[in-house]
Design a binder for this molecule. Structure first.
Ligand code: UD1
Length: 441
């Protein structure tokens, strides 16, 4: 298992360009199961994306890499998915086998978002057998809302030996009222409804920008989705989708992570290739903590906050403060003047990083879903363990401001969702090195 060796204290100066969004790319890639063929660009080179391609391959989707040549022409190259140094970023996905329908436990356990194949498989192939994702470190994470919606649309669903077994004679649109605006639940239903008979309306839909990205991509292929970006989506089913080309949006969580890095150590740091409007709640918090930044339509420039002050944050569905950013804001709160509070409302157990940050000298008390951060801590380098994707990003930021050396173990978590983060940070002036270990199965 690889680890990061970080020497804290260096300023971060320059420009960092944000990669394509993991959470937008995943549903868009799984939407290839709806048929029609599609070209997808700005696909980030990440562990989760490779898992998605493995699963899609088992489900009969051929992913052909497209390399941009100097003259602007696109051609196929001799390439495999393990070739990380030469990632094309663009793929043509087409159906080769339309009878495969099983998503095995081995793949689903490494990436919960594999559940996103369920809706498209049911809609197009009328049959799906998908391993139940099970719980994970940040909470139970059931998929009951996905399953209830598919039942209402006419799927017969049973749970058998840890697998969701579902089939249908054809999905039929209906009104779905979600008890909670689940992100992948909304995406799964949206994809299924695209090819269902009649009209589906999703009420209390999640409004995350990644859902809008998926919906715009689907409409470009002939789907009929209205209400994009709102909590009420109306989908009029169509018989089939058409071939099309789409570029995945930029990753707002990667952008947010670099923005916090800028607030901690920027001298100054420009985060570019982003949609600033997706980040307003984080920018509001950074402003409240004392950040001064310059915005353009595609970038934000921040300098280190000289005297950060404490803030209160409550994680919520979009457009609220993202749960995927709470681990990263904690190091800033730890060195701020006064105290701060984080209330986690999305996942029940998302403070596993706090113990590790406290080992680095932070002073954070967790009571249930609340973390109380006593500021003015001076962080010290330590050997710490990453426990999940965003927790690892929080630990990297803590190590960057700590005195002395830190070692972050199990960085395979961060490789799931950040494209070459150590190279991007190193280019900005951070002292960070990847120490190679054995591969994670
Ligand atoms: C997605 C994101 C993840 C982000 C999360 C919240 C992807 C691939 N992942 O995860 O990065 O942290 O949104 O913004 O896009 N729930 C149920 N039953 C369900 C579905 C969800 O009880 O059927 C609960 C979950 O346990 C959780 C809450 O609803 O407590 C939110 O989950 P959800 O929005 O579904 O998150 P994900 O889609 O898994």
């Amino acid at each position: 298992m690889d680890r990061f060796h970080i020497v804290g204290g260096s300023s971060l100066r320059g420009v960092v360009s944000v990669s394509g969004s993991k959470n937008a790319a995943l549903p868009i890639l799984f939407s290839s199961l709806l048929g029609g063929g599609m070209e997808v660009g700005n696909v980030p080179s990440l562990r989760d994306i490779r898992t998605a391609f493995s699963l899609l391959s088992q489900l009969g989707i051929r992913a052909q890499p497209l390399f941009q040549e100097e003259k602007g022409e696109v051609s196929e190259g001799p390439w495999t998915f393990s070739d990380t140094g030469n990632w094309p970023g663009k793929f043509f996905l087409s159906e080769e086998n339309t009878t495969a329908h099983e998503a095995p436990y081995d793949l689903v356990r490494t990436m919960r978002a594999s559940i996103l194949c369920l809706g498209p498989l049911l809609a197009r192939r009328r049959r799906a057998r998908v391993s139940l994702p099970g719980g994970c470190l940040i909470g139970a994470r059931p998929v009951d809302m996905h399953l209830n919606a598919f039942s209402r649309m006419g799927a017969r669903i049973s749970i058998d030996h840890g697998y969701i077994d579902a089939n249908t004679d054809g999905l039929v649109g209906c009104d779905i009222h979600l008890p909670y605006p689940t992100v992948t639940g909304t995406e799964n239903i949206l994809m299924a409804a695209t090819l269902a008979k009649g009209t589906t309306r999703i009420f209390n839909a999640a409004q995350e920008p990644e859902i809008s990205d998926l919906a715009v991509c689907l409409n470009g292929r002939g789907a009929r989705i209205e209400g994009i970006g709102t909590s009420s989506l109306k989908i009029t089913g169509v018989d089939s989708l058409l071939p099309s080309s789409y570029g995945v949006m930029a990753d707002r969580i990667e952008a947010g992570t670099f923005m916090v890095a800028g607030a901690l150590l920027g001298d100054p740091l420009t985060v570019q290739n982003i949609d600033v409007t997706c980040l307003s709640s984080l920018l509001g918090t950074l402003r409240a903590m004392g950040a001064d930044f310059e915005e353009t339509p595609g970038s934000v420039t921040l300098a280190r906050i000289r005297k950060p002050c404490g803030a209160s944050v409550r994680t919520e569905p979009y457009p609220g403060f993202p749960t995927d950013m709470q681990a990263q804001i904690l190091p800033l709160m730890s060195i701020a003047k006064g105290s701060s509070t984080v209330v986690e409302t999305v996942f029940e157990n998302r403070f596993t990083h706090v113990m590790e940050m406290n080992r680095m000298g932070a002073n954070i008390d967790v009571h249930g879903s609340r973390a109380f951060v006593h500021g003015m801590s001076s962080l010290e380098g330590a050997s710490v363990m990453a426990s999940d994707l965003r927790a690892s990003a929080g630990l990297v930021l803590a190590a960057l401001i700590a005195n002395g050396e830190s070692e972050i173990q199990r960085v395979y978590h961060i490789d799931r969702g950040y494209e070459r983060i150590e190279r991007k940070l190193e280019k900005l002036g951070a002292r960070i090195k990847r120490v190679r270990g054995e591969d994670v199965p």
